[in-house]
Write a protein that binds this ligand. Sequence first.
Ligand code: BEZ
Length: 211
Amino acid sequence: MALQLGDIVPDFTQDSSEGSISFHQWAGDSWVVLFSHPADYTPVCTTELGTVASLKPEFDKRNVKVIALSVDNAESHRGWINDINETQKTTVNYPIIADPDRKVSDLYGMIHPNSLNNLTVRSVFIIDPNKKLRLTITYPASTGRNFDEILRVIDSLQLTDNYQVATPANWKDGDDCVVVPSIPTEEAKQKFPKGVTEVKPYLRTTPQPNK
Ligand code: BEZ
């Protein structure tokens, strides 16, 4: 059965552009973004991996490790990294898992039978420090991912893990939040001293509590 949100993600040991990686041990106490791409030396993937390298300081700030994967081997990854660095004006500063035997792709359901033959799709997995799966997204091969959106989701997850709020449509760090439905408005006013606005009894907003 496919991985579900809240599952402990499968552990594995696999070669990568930076040598052998035992995944849970490598992740340690960090959040992880694991993302797969169809193949090395392809144009959209080249821009994606360069973008993630440029965003590395943003991931670091949030205690997030990033790791990519495709079914190509580690030697191919290392050669392609030179091209990414050259063309995207960056330095790929995270590992790319080599999965020619499809071990990890099968464990995580990254090969979709109706998609390109035997190639990993553009999957994204956000994994928390308890190794629980917190988000999955799958994009078609023709659409490069928006990694600002991945950072936005991480901000929301890290906030809502610590406060009884949720984040509304298109929320970004610093915007007002919504109070979770389980808290009565009077109690919410105590919990959120910056103020609670009751738009409807079920729709209450409050300034972001950790700002
Ligand atoms: C790409 O990364 O450019 C790509 C890969 C597979 C199909 C289409 C585009």
